[in-house]
Design a protein around this ligand. Structure first.
Ligand code: HEC
Ligand code: HEC
Length: 452
């Protein structure tokens, strides 16, 4: 039935199996030798005993912290926090992307209010803006290598949960002009707000003295500055989680976190790492906790989204209606981009429609969606309406082959309550703020928001 292969067990960069086994053994002593050939691993292990970070640091390459931001990025910072860039005069990018919450939603509302009067509602939950830097270009036929039955070919990449924006520069036009977000009437209205604002001169210095005479170009420049701020400012990619500290040899998982980490990687238990990749990427990029690929998970319909009051309206991700170009490719209906799990414990809304508000409920959904569907979907005339947030003809697109979503009614869920608690303890190690330096140790007395 499925046009793309989605048996994603074990994908990664060709070295997952050995890593996890090696890590589980080594993490107990505070060292990870990810993906190194055996001989090098032996040497690294010796070096690690002497100086743990010397052995690891060359492996994972954290982005350098720039001494200062470029003038474009400094301008982007001002734009990002400027409420004058909204029709209501009350809303900035930061209203929905709260810097105190990893640039994710400020509260537990499934969708955020916006628009001219701030009474309109968006259609989707607000994603975190952290760790988007390595997002690949959108492609329908991306190939992610793996073992023969684990490789993935299918849609991947792009910005927004349907990949419709090709870059962060282009993406910025979305919220600035969306009538339910910042609701500016036109690109020219945005440029006029900049021209009349406190940093008009700074804008002209960066983009040219005559910039305001070409509003279309100036509007693109607004996007370029916002992109530069997100790409350069370390607050968008701090890598200060306990996970990073553990992987750099500066901290140890608690026994509970370690159990959660093993379940996260175990293909027959959580299998989370098949899609939320937890090993370093090409060139030693720190683990992204996403493969940027698309999947339909069959999340229940959320009555808290006003648009859903219309029974004929469905947000189907890749095939629209928000994104228009793939409307005819109905094999993609219901698919949304796999998000990073970094800072996920700071959120109070999960999945594209914000249906879940706690990690515990969300985890139970993953493992009981198929074993106990009545728990999640409405029952009409004795029949469970499984995958009720998709029109019936597209419900076959939902992933039923990847663990933990490959069970049948009455089967034992892949994780029990205790294992879910272990998993959540592990997920909390992905929150930034454990250390004050990428992959660093926690300094004495430092405030710590994760669990241990
Ligand atoms: C009213 C709330 C709201 C405001 C204001 C807002 N956003 Fe967003 N943002 C969202 C939502 C919701 C999404 C997800 C959209 C989707 O998936 O279609 C999003 C997605 C994004 C993404 C893509 C993230 C990803 O995972 O690919 C970026 C980048 C972004 N916003 C940046 C900005 C910038 C820059 C501004 C200010 C110009 C801004 N946002 C203003 C709600 C908002
Ligand atoms: C087959 C790929 C796949 C597997 C396996 C998988 N996920 Fe996901 N995950 C996704 C996709 C795709 C989404 C976004 C779905 C949506 O919004 O409709 C997602 C969303 C999430 C979210 C919501 C994050 C947010 O910002 O809203 C969390 C948390 C999460 N997954 C955790 C896990 C855990 C824990 C496991 C293992 C038990 C797991 N996932 C297994 C693909 C997967």
């Amino acid at each position: 039935m499925r046009p793309v292969r989605s048996e994603r067990h074990g994908i990664g960069y060709g070295c997952r199996g050995p890593i996890v086994a090696a890590m589980l053994a080594m993490l107990a002593v505070g060292f990870a030798g990810a993906c190194l050939p055996a001989a090098a691993r032996g040497q690294a292990a010796k070096a690690a005993q002497a100086a743990p970070d010397a052995a690891i640091r060359p492996w994972v390459r954290y982005p350098p912290v720039p001494a200062r931001l470029s003038p474009q990025a400094e301008l982007g910072r001002r734009l990002f926090f400027d409420t004058a860039l909204s029709a209501s005069g009350q809303m900035s990018c930061a209203s929905c992307h709260d810097p105190a919450r990893a640039y994710g939603p400020p509260d537990g509302r499934a969708v955020q209010p916006g628009g001219k009067d701030r009474l309109q509602s968006g259609m989707r939950a607000v994603p975190s803006l952290r760790y988007l830097d390595d997002t690949p270009l959108f492609s329908l036929h991306a190939f992610i290598p793996g073992s023969e039955d684990a490789e993935y070919e299918g849609p991947s990449g792009g910005f927004d949960q349907d990949g419709a924006a090709a870059s962060r520069q282009q993406q910025a036009a979305g919220p600035l002009l969306d009538p339910s977000e910042m609701a500016n009437a036109s690109p020219a209205a945005v440029v006029a707000a900049v021209r009349e604002g406190a940093y008009a001169q700074q804008f002209a210095q960066v983009f040219g003295a005559d910039v305001f005479r070409h509003p279309r170009q100036a509007f693109d420049d607004v996007g370029a500055a916002l992109r530069a701020f997100q790409a350069e400012d370390p607050s968008f990619h701090p890598y200060t989680s306990k996970f990073d500290a553990v992987m750099s040899g500066h901290a140890r998982f608690t026994p509970q976190e370690l159990r959660g980490y093993a379940l996260f990687n175990d293909p027959s238990k959580g299998n989370c790492a098949a899609c939320h990749i937890d090993v370093p990427g090409p060139g030693g990029r720190p683990a992204a906790f996403t493969d940027y690929a698309y999947e339909a998970l069959g999340v229940p319909r959320n009555p808290q989204i006003p648009a859903n009051r219309n029974p004929h309206y469905y947000d189907m991700g890749l095939c629209g209606p928000k994104r228009r170009d793939l409307a005819k490719q109905t094999q993609y209906c219901g698919m949304f981009k796999t998000p990073t799990l970094r800072n996920v414990a700071m959120r109070h809304v999960f999945f594209h429609n914000g249906y879940f508000h706690t990690l515990d409920a969300m985890m139970h959904f993953y493992v009981e969606r198929d074993t106990d569907p009545r728990k999640w979907y409405p029952v009409v005339r004795g029949k469970v309406q499984k995958f009720d947030d998709l029109p019936p003809r597209y419900r076959a697109n939902v992933d039923r082959s990847d663990a933990p979503m490959n069970r049948k009614p009455g089967d034992k869920p892949a994780l029990d309550a205790r294992e879910i608690a272990d998993m959540i303890a592990f997920l909390k190690t992905l929150d930034d703020g454990y250390s004050d330096q990428a992959g660093g140790a926690r300094s004495p007395g430092q405030h710590h928001r994760g669990s241990d």
